[in-house]
Design a protein around this ligand. Structure first.
Ligand code: IMP
Ligand code: ZN
Length: 329
């Protein structure tokens, strides 16, 4: 079954660039072994998790390293039989790089990679930053969406959920300018914010951990989620390692399966959590009893939830169908 999970063509919709750097890439960039070790721990909590990103951020503080890691991460996803990847990253200013140069470097990495995979970019707002800083980033995101409409597809809200807030106006502006919206929602218990995000009706939400009453949410939130049917990006390993979910068996995805709500399987930060999309599929088989047919359907449905063009979606559906005819009859 492990082989099946590796070979099935997959769709990745929730991958943070700097959380996805492999040990090998960090070492290439001159990271010390001890830093790489910290980066790959299996027993952390959500707060520690956010400290780990500084290892990758230190290693990617100029345009050359940003372009290099973008190509490396793309290659690693392609090697794992990911056909379509939506990478997301937070535009960041460093001593030798402006926020816009950072975005340009990521786009450069995406346009120059040589792997057999379709890649799109979502740009993230860090919820820790002030509304003025976030507004400035939204301006740049809209500018880059206009410059690279086939690559820059959406906007994300991420960062430590214990800080900051969801500024709806910024997302209204982004949406008005043609960007898709994918928002981390209910990663920790915060019913008021979760309701505000659901009311905004994003194109997708990330995690949705504290929505269902049995995982700490409420009936009201769950009813909203059921009514809206917003596709949810599920990150099994990330939630278990960060301890926002007790175990794989008790993962909140069970509520999505039971109520037949839309979801996709994703890695979140494959470097930090030492995972891959194939591993996430295998965990779903092991702990959630999903069979081959169900796993294939997760891949196929994820195409519908993606921000690809209609033509790209059609091509992906054909590839998945052909793979099924050759491998599952
Ligand atoms: P980057 O945006 O490419 O720099 O990727 C790392 C960043 O993604 C982190 O600094 C966080 O802001 C964000 N991130 C990664 N994983 C999570 C998560 O599980 N929840 C919220 N934010 C996250
Ligand atoms: Zn995330």
């Amino acid at each position: 079954m492990e082989k099946f999970c590796v070979s099935i063509p997959k769709i990745e919709l929730h991958a943070h660039l700097n959380g996805s750097l492999s040990r090998a890439t960090l070492k290439d960039l001159g990271c010390l072994e001890e830093d790489v070790q910290i980066y790959n721990k299996s027993d952390i909590d959500l707060q520690t998790c956010f400290q780990l990103f500084s290892v990758a951020h230190k290693a990617t503080s100029d345009v050359n390293s940003v372009k290099y890691v973008t190509k490396q991460v793309i290659k690693e996803f392609a090697d794992d039989n990911v056909l379509y990847l939506e990478l997301r990253t937070t535009p960041r200013e460093e001593q030798n790089m402006t926020e816009e140069e950072y975005i340009e470097a990521v786009v450069d990495g995406i346009t120059s990679h040589k792997s057999p995979i379709v890649v799109k970019l979502l740009l993230s707002l860090d919820r820790r930053r002030s509304i003025e800083e976030q507004r400035k980033t939204v301006k740049s995101i809209i500018k880059f969406k206009k410059l690279y409409p086939d690559i820059v597809k959406g906007i994300d809200l991420s960062g430590n959920p214990s800080f900051g807030e969801f500024y709806e106006d910024l997302f209204i502006e982004a949406r008005y300018n043609g960007l898709f919206t994918a928002i981390h929602c209910a990663e920790i218990k915060n019913d008021i914010e979760a309701e505000r995000i659901l009311n905004f009706n994003p194109d997708r939400i990330g995690h949705g951990t504290f929505l269902h009453p049995e995982s700490g949410g409420s009936q009201r939130l769950w009813q909203m989620n059921k009514m809206l049917q917003i596709p949810t990006e599920i990150c099994l390993t990330s939630n278990v390692i960060c301890r926002t979910t007790k175990s794989y068996k008790e993962h909140h995805i069970q509520a999505w399966i039971k109520d037949e709500l839309p979801f996709s399987l994703c890695t979140d930060d494959k470097g930090v959590f030492n995972t891959s999309l194939s591993k996430e599929f295998f965990l779903a088989y092991q702990h959630l009893n999903l069979n081959r047919e169900q796993l294939w359907k997760i891949s196929r449905n994820s195409i519908d939830y993606s921000f690809a063009s209609n033509r790209e979606k059609q091509e992906l559906r054909i590839k998945l169908k052909e793979w099924r005819q050759e491998n599952m009859q």
